[in-house]
Design a protein around this ligand. Structure first.
Ligand SMILES: Nc1ncnc2c1ncn2[C@@H]1O[C@H](COP(=O)(O)OP(=O)(O)OP(=O)(O)O)[C@@H](O)[C@H]1O
Ligand SMILES: [Mg+2]
Length: 374
């Protein structure tokens, strides 16, 4: 029989040294990487650490029996192809093993050709599984690229349309007030579309190539103050009071524009989802080696059942209270990605009709530890 497949990684688990020896010597001759174990525990720790294509398992073994091992392997990676070698292939055993994802049986004793044939069949199956996974991955990537491609293509016509509308708004055309208000509304809608396109492009870039931030020593208080300033009009319009509880300076190793984006999205939410005459508290503290930033509002709050979904793409709570509030549902996704890149954490506490508090922890020095992992 010709060589099975080069570089196939096979694990043989059998407490019978004769079987291990036979499998090893036959398979080795066929350019296969083969390793044998006399018990399930050692085999499992090997499979955990090493790329494995096919496992041959004996059912009756001390310590961990074959059934348990099969269960553990499929839990670990359901794409590993499993062959059972057994002298006692009772129907019940076979059914149980098949249900657990075993693809073939090799009854003992077997001839070298029978072994090779079983491995050949398993190798074909494995190849098919790998090809399928590859095709699926390519399809997913294509879909993602397609979305960013379309977003890119949308950018310039949107920008051009917006420029024209600004020209009508600002220019000297003697446009009647009611027409002007329609133009302004159209411009606002285009603004929303531009924001969606930009946020979507940012999310796909962060997902694809991660975050290429420029971490530098930055006074975040300055950034926070200028973001509050930027939202001044909306804060006034809703008669909101902003309370700042923060030191005069606070230096953190961060990417200033990414940090501003985090603050900006949180302040924007604290305004949008606040009530008229509401309050916003912005607190900055030092907790050990972390910067702790809290942004709390006295707004509409968030129903507990939605909290786990807040950081999912395009998720927005839709109800009577939110139906007139605009947004794309990407703000918190972006915040979470930026915080993760800082090896930080973000938490939400909220009570319906009372308000919401977002708490962010990020290390003052940019390093690898994550407070979530402690
Ligand atoms: N402070 C808050 N109070 C109440 N609900 C909030 C608050 N912040 C976020 N939410 C809820 O979480 C959802 C997701 O927030 P996120 O900031 O990701 O998106 P958005 O504000 O809807 O749109 P975008 O930020 O992209 O413009 C919001 O639609 C809102 O329902
Ligand atoms: Mg938002």
């Amino acid at each position: 029989m010709e060589n099975i497949i080069k570089n196939l990684n096979i694990v043989v688990v059998d407490d019978d040294p004769a079987i291990r020896h036979v499998c090893y010597s036959i398979l080795k001759k066929n350019f296969v990487n083969v390793i044998t174990f006399d018990n399930g525990l050692d085999a499992l720790s090997h499979i955990k650490e090493n790329y494995t294509d096919i496992v041959l398992v004996d059912l009756k073994m001390p310590k961990m029996d074959g059934h348990e091992l099969i269960g553990k392997i499929t839990e670990l990676d359901k794409d590993i192809v499993i062959i059972v070698i057994t002298a006692y292939a009772s129907i019940e055993n076979a059914i149980e093993a098949m249900q657990k994802g075993v693809s073939d049986f090799l009854p003992k004793p077997f001839t070298p050709d029978e072994l090779r044939l079983a491995i050949k069949k398993a190798a074909d199956k494995r190849e098919l599984i790998i090809q399928k996974a590859k095709a699926l991955k390519e399809k997913r990537e294509m879909e993602e690229n397609y979305l960013s491609f379309v977003s890119h293509q949308l950018k310039s016509p949107l920008f051009a349309a917006q420029q024209l509308l600004y020209l009508l708004e600002e220019g000297d055309y003697n446009i009647e007030a009611d027409v002007l208000s329609i133009i302004k509304r159209a411009n606002k809608r285009i603004n929303e579309a531009t924001k969606l396109v930009n946020e979507w492009l940012l999310v796909s870039r962060l997902e694809k190539s991660g975050f290429s931030g420029n971490f530098t020593e930055t006074d975040v208080i300055g950034l926070i103050n200028s973001e509050i300033e930027r939202y001044n009009e909306q804060i006034q319009a809703k008669d909101i009071k902003v309370y700042k509880e923060m030191p005069e300076y606070f230096n953190v190793e961060t990417d200033p524009s990414a940090f501003s984006m985090v603050i900006s999205n949180l302040i924007s939410n604290a305004i949008k989802y606040n009530k008229k005459g509401g309050k916003i508290f912005i607190r900055v503290n030092e907790i050990g080696e972390y910067l702790k930033l809290e942004i709390e509002d006295t707004g509409i709050g968030i129903d507990k059942e939605y909290i786990p979904r807040l950081f999912s793409k395009f998720f927005r709570i839709r109800n009577e209270k939110t139906k007139n509030i605009e947004g794309t549902g990407l703000g918190l996704v972006i915040i979470k990605k930026i915080v993760d890149e800082h090896n930080g954490s973000i938490e939400v506490e909220s009570e319906e009709d009372k308000g919401t508090k977002f708490t962010i922890l990020i290390p003052q020095r940019h390093h690898k530890s994550n407070p979530n992992n402690n």
